[in-house]
Design a protein around this ligand. Sequence first.
Ligand code: AP5
Ligand code: MG
Length: 219
Amino acid sequence: MAKYFVLFGPPGVGKGTQAERLQKELKLAHVATGDLFRDHLKRETDLGQLARSYMERGALVPDDVTIGMVRERMKDADTQNGMLLDGFPRTIAQAEALDRLLAEKGDKIQHVLFVNAPKQVLLERLGSRWTCKQCGKVYNALSQPPKVHGVCDDCSGEVYQRPDDKPEVQEKRINVYLEQTAPLIEYFRGLGQLTEINGVQSVDQVYSDLMKAIERSGQ
Ligand code: AP5
Ligand code: MG
């Protein structure tokens, strides 16, 4: 049976960092809606143009657009054994749509892994994050810089600061998370699917806690 995990948490908590490791261990497709939008931006598609106007100001892209994009991604062969979702769902409407999409395949979400950290930690991490423009690999200027300044270790792509990591947009994204996405915590808790993980630990320790939570859930 296919497996579906959701990596849930505020901007900058480390979802992408953990997903890179988890997807290898769990052998699941990593489906990150932020990465999918950034890929559309790079390819200058109509969807990318539309998403840009929301992403640049730290707002959520409308639900119908986001859900449609995930529905398309779910047709790809690499998702047939399941997915590690990162940054989706982000609203109740998205969560309900995901349930419907999975139910059509006779599947459901196995586990929501909620990584959490206080706002000050999020701002520090976002302020020092650098990202590969080509492959999306995440770095940190303070704790995890690329070996050669500005160059991705994996693909030699350009390492840049995401436009939505500017201070004024960071703050907005955290507020949007608190208003529109945090209500999902109770939604998932109500379904008995949620485990909370302390994100204020080393990358290795967070990873270890995530794996323990997955093992405990018997998945
Ligand atoms: P998205 O790309 O999903 O951004 P986000 O949720 O704001 O999350 P981030 O990618 O900023 O943080 P992260 O948790 O992945 O942290 P990371 O691992 O990079 O979304 C961007 C935009 O796209 C949204 O604002 C919206 O406009 C749109 N969008 C996306 N999905 C959408 C949806 N479903 N609906 C509508 N719109 C959507 O780590 C951050 C930094 O911390 C890095 O430098 C890392 O090295 C460092 N770090 C990580 N872990 C640790 C640790 N344990 N200790 C120290 N440093 C650490
Ligand atoms: Mg991310």
